[in-house]
Ligand binder design. Structure first.
Ligand code: COA
Length: 194
């Protein structure tokens, strides 16, 4: 149990781990071109729920993103990670632990998968892996998954991975076109789920 406030930049934890089929790792300089290709391939599926994909980034912008996200990882302010094929190193999507509250030890798992690798259970596998990682290395007390209540595939991942639906925040966000959307909150917590 951690009850002393420390500067999270001092925390030591691995920047990659493996699951049955995946290596999940922090971003690195040089990932931009391949990640950009994955975003381009998946734009149609990403765009409805991931605003970053609505206007396609140039490869150089994705390279800037992976370098910035690496800095955030080192600062421990946001832990973006890539899902890669454990055997070929191909980038299969992105995931990570976001909206971190180190005092509470609360994390939100995010994810998207490259379209050619959807429907294989890889995201569910990544969620299990990230949950274990957050418990083992980050001393998590609460792990959330949040999604738009129209995002049935994302909600299915959360349910399949054993997360509990705690509630739906109604009219929580507004889309660019003015539509108000509801946000589902799923979670696992220490003492109940692990
Ligand atoms: C949400 C998203 C990541 C879900 O991806 P996914 O490929 O459906 O999720 P999984 O990798 O867990 O695969 C589950 C599917 O694979 C099937 N599957 C095959 N082998 C499996 C296995 N070993 N284990 C679990 N499921 C398996 C499941 O039956 C399921 O199929 P179904 O959708 O026909 O029911 C994907 O739709 C996506 O990237 N969407 C756009 C971005 C997004 O919305 N992100 C979330 C924001 S909150």
């Amino acid at each position: 149990m951690t009850d002393k406030k420390i500067d999270p930049i001092l925390l030591e934890f691995p920047e990659e781990f493996e699951t049955e089929r995946l290596r999940i790792r922090a971003t690195r300089p040089g990932d931009g071109a391949e990640l950009n290709a994955a975003i381009r391939e998946s734009q149609q599926e990403l765009a409805p729920f991931m605003p970053f994909a609505r206007v396609l980034p140039e490869p150089e912008e994705t390279e800037q993103l992976v370098r910035r996200r690496r800095l955030h990882f080192l600062e421990r302010t946001d832990l973006m990670m890539l899902m890669t094929d454990r055997f070929t190193d191909q980038i299969l999507g992105a995931s990570g632990l976001h909206r971190i509250n180190w005092d509470v030890r609360r994390f939100e798992i995010g994810y998207w998968v490259r379209t050619s690798h959807a429907g294989r259970g890889l995201v569910t596998e990544a969620v299990h892996g990230l949950t274990d990682y957050a418990i083992r290395y980050l001393d998590a007390n609460r792990i959330e998954i949040r999604c738009d209540d129209r995002n049935l595939k994302s909600a299915a991942v959360a349910k399949r991975a054993g997360f509990t639906l705690e509630g739906v925040l109604r009219n929580w966000l507004r889309e660019e076109d003015g539509t108000l959307v509801n946000e589902m909150i799923f979670a696992k917590i220490r003492g109940v789920d692990f």
